[in-house]
Ligand binder design. Structure first.
Ligand code: PHE
Length: 337
């Protein structure tokens, strides 16, 4: 038997020892009364006479070496133990595993949409959730007594006169245009609030993304091209898009934009209400009255604006059938994104 190999094996074994119990096991295994070294010693009389002396010395040297190694290990374990005790750490205790977090699906979609528009040259801008009546309505060509205000049912804040929780992200149009001159290309993600009764498709708080582009010579076709790029990036390049005439006080002409149903591809199913189309956003050319409010020259500049509900986009993209799931904070739901 090769004594050197045995010594190597013992050294390796000792390197893996982290507790006094394991060290004692190693000690018994090699130095115990029935241990390997005792066995080696016992085998000496069986050897030819001329080999006995040399082998006996080797075994003896090994025994002393192992004794030293074990002593050394004992000392180092003690040192570790007292260091750990000083810090109140039980190094033998299993660690507490941390479950890695993940982004909320709404954050995912916001990031994705902002990235798409970033690539087209839009910058991201945010605005406050508590707004003035002026920015939310008047500046957007929605006069106080205009019936269209009913369409934007709003939470008013009692404490502060004429302030409210914004009912759409469009007031940030007013803020942006008041502070910067054209050309202007911005995208605005954020929370909005409406006093709606909660059901599978309504909440009193949800998210929108607003986009505006203002420069000389911006045309309706620019709006179409931009939105086409957007819808194909989010829903795939086979998606079709259509514009339906609509009314918004702050855009003229205005449109609602539909995409071909991502479930039935336009054939008609229960998700699209047999229409083959899904409404995804409102858009139009910025009304000259809005330009007037922010001090832009409507003869020099034109622009488009659009706004979309993010939860709706996320529900369509991921096949989620109840908007409330987004805010129940059920990890089984959130973990999937
Ligand atoms: N603010 C509108 C809404 O909340 C959406 C919109 C934005 C429409 C910009 C046209 C232009 O319904």
């Amino acid at each position: 038997m090769d004594i050197n190999l045995i010594q190597e094996k013992i050294e390796n074994e000792l390197a893996g020892v982290i507790s006094p119990q394991a060290l004692e096991e190693v000690r018994v295994k090699y130095l115990g009364r029935k241990g390997l070294i005792a066995e080696l010693t016992g085998s000496i009389p069986m050897l030819p006479i001329d080999k006995r002396g040399g082998f006996g010395k080797e075994v003896n040297a090994l025994k002393i070496k192992v004794l030293n190694l074990i002593e050394e290990k004992e000392r180092s374990l003690k040192n570790q133990d007292s260091a750990a005790k000083k810090n109140n750490i039980d190094i033998g205790m299993p660690g507490i595993a941390q479950r890695p977090g993940s982004l909320h699906p709404i954050t995912h979609i916001i990031d994705e949409i902002c990235t798409i528009f970033n690539r087209m040259g839009f910058s991201v801008l945010e605005g406050p959730e508590v707004e003035t009546e002026y920015n939310n309505f008047t500046g957007l060509n929605i006069p106080l007594d205009h019936p269209s205000r009913d369409a934007f049912d709003t939470f008013y804040l009692k404490k502060y006169a004429k302030s409210l929780l914004r009912s759409h992200t469009s007031p940030v149009q007013v803020r942006a245009m008041k502070t910067a001159k054209p050309p202007l290309a911005i995208i605005v993600p954020g929370r909005v609030y409406r006093p709606d009764a909660v059901d599978a498709s309504h909440l009193f708080m949800f998210h929108q993304i607003e986009g505006i582009l203002v420069d000389r010579n911006i045309k309706f076709s620019d709006l179409k091209g931009t939105l086409e790029m957007f819808t194909k990036n989010v829903f795939g390049k086979d998606i079709k898009m259509r514009f339906r005439p609509h009314f918004f006080p702050f855009t003229e002409p205005s449109a609602e934009v539909d995409i071909s149903c991502i479930i039935c591809c336009g054939k008609g199913c229960s998700v699209c209400g047999r229409k083959g189309w899904l409404e995804i956003l409102g858009a139009g050319m910025i009304h000259p009255n809005v330009f007037k409010h922010v001090g832009y020259d409507a003869k020099k500049y034109t622009g488009f604006a659009f706004g979309m509900g993010i939860e709706r986009i996320a529900m369509l993209k991921y096949g989620i059938n109840d908007i409330r799931l987004f805010f129940e904070n059920d990890l089984r739901f959130l973990k999937q994104f």
